[in-house]
Design a binder for this molecule. Structure first.
Ligand code: FAD
Length: 591
């Protein structure tokens, strides 16, 4: 026993030395300048906006999310910017601020929750942000850059990309104090052949690595809203609870193209306001409302497939059949792994980047507090066998809520464990988004058609087999009571019962890995598309066929960047802000 302890501690020291080496090799990323929020602009309620006579703006940014905040901050360095966000402030919101509340925030279905749940027509429970800071306020925090081939494929200027990532990183990104479950995955991945181990890095490199996180060492979340402090508070007006209903166009006869001139928005009391651009030809409305919100808003404003618009009596400003099309969500499938003792909570810190277009990540410890036991956190219930016993047609978000409340009576042991998950990179299966009604507060209908393309399905099977290899490594065998290792059949069975999607399960769900993938598909919330480059916007993200309007956010991607997208979405806010300033001012932009 004593000697085995010595072996463990020797290898532990080796790992630490190795990790220290990799940390040090990060160079300038590690020695960060302290970033302060003292320049944060005041966050005003939308009702403070006058209903008559008001200022006009050079830029109106719709959506203070992951891309919208860095974009508005950057533009405000030289121009007057109005940022309109439908949600409230992240500051003082405990569900946003602390990692331990990640899933509590996600399962909060109150109208003022920072997370707005939706269920795709595929039957997968999903979530979108409704708060200043957007997805960075409700996400799992993992930070990892896009590959250089992604940057090349989308046609971005690599030098500016390499200036823009550190601009974000210096302000909101940290290195994780790696949790035991994440360390186990790291070692298991390498032992299973997802190698080499690339240490701590933000870069997208094949093999296994530890990435960055927007949670600091105290589990406190830093968000895109913090990036507003890098703007000029005298030029930046931020309104909260400002839901934009539509973009207003000047489509006078004789004009070649309809021109966006302002927006209509409702304040927190439901009163309508209008905000306008100034008369400068280069002033613009920029939609940064996310992959659900941006196509929805274009449709509500009259840009989209004309028959769909007519069905909702929306006057057609521009027929474009691609708005809301090519919606994609990277399928995620997850294996629940019970553990001898309760694992410490961890969200994503480690990733395996396989050569087959499958990423392997992990999370653990969802039952760590009495509060969290009440939550289903939207995708899986760590407490096995919940909604799975209810016939699919009878399952609903309301029922999920009731189940969450009833969990108090369950023994604590059923919460003990972690998940290893696999994500399919660049899914070939795509779907669409259509309006259900004309109320911007309601979710549109979204379909992702998970696994409709056979290659996505075969990659999922590859991912599950990789997880099986990881579970067979001695690193994982040690986590079982008698060190005998995990039996895959049992893990698959438990995972089916832990699954909370609304898709019917089949009798052969665990016999066929293809069926397992289809029946237990969930989301990793990296959905994208709907306003794709080349179809809805041009290379500069200007909306095709109109003037004075751009879309800058995840809705423009044909493929989600990196292993996880937030790094690149924040970066792109900064990137396009700088591009726009340099385009107008050249050297005088000073950025
Ligand atoms: P958002 O950040 O969603 O911004 C859109 C903003 O627009 C929102 O604030 C919204 O309230 C606002 N808005 C929408 N409509 C209107 C309107 N009509 N008027 C005014 N405002 C409006 N990525 C990672 O890299 N790592 C992770 O660990 C990770 N985990 C995730 C976990 C969850 C639960 C979720 C939901 C996402 C996760 N992601 C993760 C994905 C990542 O957070 C998103 O891809 C990214 O935040 C999307 O950024 P965006 O700017 O496109 O949209």
């Amino acid at each position: 026993m004593a000697s085995s302890r010595r072996v463990i501690s020797t290898s532990f020291i080796r790992v630490i030395v190795c990790l220290c080496f990799f940390r040090l090799s990060q160079g300038k990323g590690a020695a960060k300048q302290p970033f302060t929020l003292k320049n944060l602009p005041s966050l005003e309620k939308a009702s403070s906006f006058p209903t008559t006579r008001h200022a006009t703006y050079d830029y109106i940014v719709i959506g203070g999310g992951t891309a919208g905040c860095p974009l508005a901050a950057t533009l405000s360095l030289k121009y007057k910017v109005l940022l309109l966000e439908r949600g409230g402030s992240p500051y003082g919101n405990r569900n946003v601020s602390y990692m331990e509340n990640f899933h509590i925030g996600l399962s909060n279905m109150a109208p003022d929750s920072a997370s707005q749940a939706f269920v795709s027509t595929d039957g997968v429970i999903n979530a979108r942000a409704r708060v200043l800071g957007g997805g960075t306020c409700i996400n799992a925090g993992f930070y990892s850059r896009a590959s250089s081939s992604f940057v090349q494929d989308v046609g971005w200027d690599a030098d500016l990309v390499n200036e823009s990532y550190p601009w974000v990183e210096d302000k909101v990104v940290h290195w994780p104090k790696i949790a035991p479950w994440q360390a186990a995955l790291r070692d298991g991945l390498v032992q299973a052949g997802v190698s080499p181990f690339n240490g701590y890095t933000y870069d997208h490199v094949s093999g296994t690595k530890v990435g960055g996180t927007i949670f600091d060492e105290n589990g406190h979340r830093h968000t895109a809203a913090d990036l507003l402090a890098a703007g000029d508070p005298n030029n930046l007006r931020v309104l909260l609870h400002a839901s934009v209903h539509k973009i207003v166009f000047n489509s006078q006869q004789g004009r070649l193209k309809p021109r966006a001139i302002g927006v209509q928005f409702a304040d927190e009391d439901g009163r309508l306001h209008q905000a306008l651009l100034n008369n400068n030809r280069e002033s613009e409305i920029i939609v940064s409302s996310g992959a659900i919100g941006s196509p929805q808003l274009l449709l509500l404003s009259g840009i989209g497939p004309k028959n769909d618009l007519k069905n909702h009596n929306i006057p057609v400003i521009l027929h474009n059949k691609y708005v809301g099309k090519r919606m994609a969500d990277n399928p995620m499938n997850s294996i629940f792994i019970p553990t001898k003792s309760p694992p410490r909570q961890s969200l994503i810190e480690t990733v395996g980047i396989t050569g087959a277009g499958v990423f392997i990540e992990a999370s653990s410890g969802f039952g760590q507090s009495s509060d969290s036991i009440h939550c289903h956190h939207g995708i899986m219930s760590a407490e096995i066998g919940q909604l799975s016993t209810v016939p699919p047609k009878q399952r609903s978000l309301e029922l999920a809520k009731k189940y969450a409340q009833d969990k108090l009576n369950l023994p604590k042991e059923v919460f003990q464990g972690g998940f290893i998950l696999e994500k399919i990179d660049g899914p070939l299966s795509t779907g669409h988004l259509v309006l259900i009604d004309t109320d911007v507060r309601n979710n549109p209908a979204v379909t992702f058609n998970y696994f409709s393309h056979p290659q996505d399905l075969s990659r999922c099977v590859y991912g599950i087999k990789t997880i099986e290899k990881i579970l067979k490594t001695n690193r994982f065998a040690k986590l079982t009571p008698d060190a005998a290792g995990y039996e895959m059949e049992r893990m698959l069975n438990m995972s089916v019962r832990a699954n909370v999607n609304l898709i019917p399960k089949h009798t052969n769900t665990t016999e066929s890995l293809e069926q397992f993938c289809k029946d237990t598909v969930i989301t990793i919330w990296h959905y994208h598309g709907g306003c794709n480059v080349g179809k809805v916007v041009d290379q500069q993200h200007r909306v095709l066929g109109v003037s004075g309007l751009r879309v800058i956010d995840g809705s423009t991607f044909s493929r989600s960047p990196g292993t996880n997208p937030q790094a690149t979405v924040m970066m792109m806010g900064r990137y396009f802000g700088v591009k726009i300033l340099r385009g107008r001012l050249g050297q005088a932009a000073g950025v």
